[in-house]
Ligand binder design. Structure first.
Ligand SMILES: Nc1ncnc2c1ncn2[C@@H]1O[C@H](COP(=O)(O)OP(=O)(O)OP(=O)(O)O)[C@@H](O)[C@H]1O
Ligand SMILES: [Mg+2]
Length: 383
């Protein structure tokens, strides 16, 4: 409900164009509006790509429901959380975060730079375009975010204020449901090939696995160490020639650094396994992405380490901290892989496989998820 008590009105193309023309922060960048389009992807928000004679902007409007499921309520505050992450990460983002141009708290609308000539990373990967440099850039970005928004740079009061200002409990609760609950609760949206059903049932019954999932749920909820993106899968990344951009930060909050790392690893791994199943030559290069991301993360963190504020964090502690993040990220990656095979929001790469390949790939991914969640193991992960 808005201030007047009426339901907020979703943008349509005409309203999105008019909004741009009416706002002095936006109109000069676009000039006379020429086209207003919805993107091919995206389910939760009203997103419009507005182009004009001078350039383009993206409008993203959060409504108090899920765009494609209007009877599913969802806090519109998510748009504020996304704008906040974009503004906070921008100073150290080295261009990886699109410029936030405007945020309208009353209408839950943000406007950002329109990134032209890029593809969603998931689609590029599926086409065999691996972008190893992009995976490294993402690792460095996550390290800079981990450093600049955490106790490495902030004192206790600053950290508490930053975490309070980034609270995003409603979106986090949705994430908990889809990662830790629905995949194991016989949800009717858990749809998969019948050959996979025994593996899914075995996971749901496996006490050690379920304890591992429980521990991850607590870590995810309570380990508020840094401002994390919160949903950094390959669908939240756009890639172009020598360029990578991070979008869709509506799950941003103070959370575990290892969640962003582990979620990204999970999707790099899913892409590699699917390419291998399809016998695509790019499979080998894709198989190195997890290591590439992690090496870049570690190198960037070590480079920043001399700038830490607190001498309690000794030179040696960086190794222990990195090991702690690595070990937790492996387990988060396992939980994320399992949910993308079992639950809602399935991995497109797996879904797109032929029915001759898909069950075996799903079973392999679930075996890897089990090893990662229960034992922090698996050949795919950095050791
Ligand atoms: N800055 C941008 N420049 C160009 N295209 C963009 C930009 N931001 C978003 N898009 C396009 O719009 C799509 C939807 O954006 P986004 O993922 O932020 O929306 P969403 O409603 O949060 O989607 P989801 O259902 O995945 O959460 C993206 O997949 C991308 O194709
Ligand atoms: Mg989104």
């Amino acid at each position: 409900m808005n201030a007047a008590g009426a339901s907020p009105r979703p943008f349509d193309a005409a309203a999105a164009g008019a909004y741009v023309s009416a706002h002095p922060q936006l109109a000069p960048r676009v000039g006379a509006v020429e086209t207003v389009e919805r993107p091919d992807e995206g389910n939760i928000n009203e997103v419009y790509l507005v182009r004009g004679e001078r350039g383009g902007v993206v409008l993203k409007q959060g409504l108090p429901w899920v765009r494609i499921l209007r009877d599913w309520p969802l806090s519109a505050e998510r748009t504020a959380r996304e704008a906040h992450l974009m503004a906070t990460w921008e100073p150290f983002g080295e261009g990886l975060v699109p410029e936030l141009i405007h945020y309208d708290a009353e209408r839950h609308v943000l406007a950002m730079e329109l990134v032209e000539d890029h593809l969603i990373y998931r689609d590029a990967l599926a086409a065999g375009d691996v972008h190893a440099d992009g995976a490294a850039a993402l690792g460095r970005l996550l390290a800079r975010a981990a450093f600049h928004t955490s106790s490495f740079r902030l004192g206790p009061e600053e950290l508490a204020a930053a975490a309070a200002g980034a609270a995003n409990a409603a979106m986090h609760e949705l994430m908990e449901q889809v990662v830790y609950e629905q995949p194991y609760a016989g949800d009717p949206r858990n749809v998969y090939d019948e050959e996979v059903a025994p593996t899914v049932a075995a996971l749901a019954r496996d006490r050690a696995y379920r304890s591992g999932i429980a521990a991850l749920k607590i870590a995810h909820r309570t380990r508020g160490e840094a401002l994390v993106h919160g949903d950094l899968h390959t669908g939240s990344v756009m890639v172009g020639p020598g360029s990578v951009r991070v979008i869709d930060a509506e799950f941003a909050r103070y959370g575990p650094v290892a969640w962003d790392v582990g979620e990204l690893w999970a999707h790099e791994r899913i892409a590699a396994v699917c390419l291998a199943a399809r016998r695509e030559p790019a499979a080998e290069a894709a198989g190195s992405l997890v290591a590439t991301t992690w090496e870049a993360f570690g190198a960037q963190l070590r480079e920043l380490w001399p700038e830490r504020r607190d001498p309690t964090f000794t030179a040696e502690f960086v190794d222990d901290w990195l090991e702690d993040v690595r070990a937790l990220a492996v387990r988060f990656a396992g939980a994320e892989i399992a949910r993308r095979v079992i639950g809602i929001g399935k991995a497109d790469e797996v879904e797109a496989l032929s029915s001759a390949l898909r069950p075996a790939v799903a079973a392999q991914l679930l075996d890897e998820a089990h090893a990662a969640v229960c034992r922090g193991e698996g050949g795919a992960w950095p050791g």
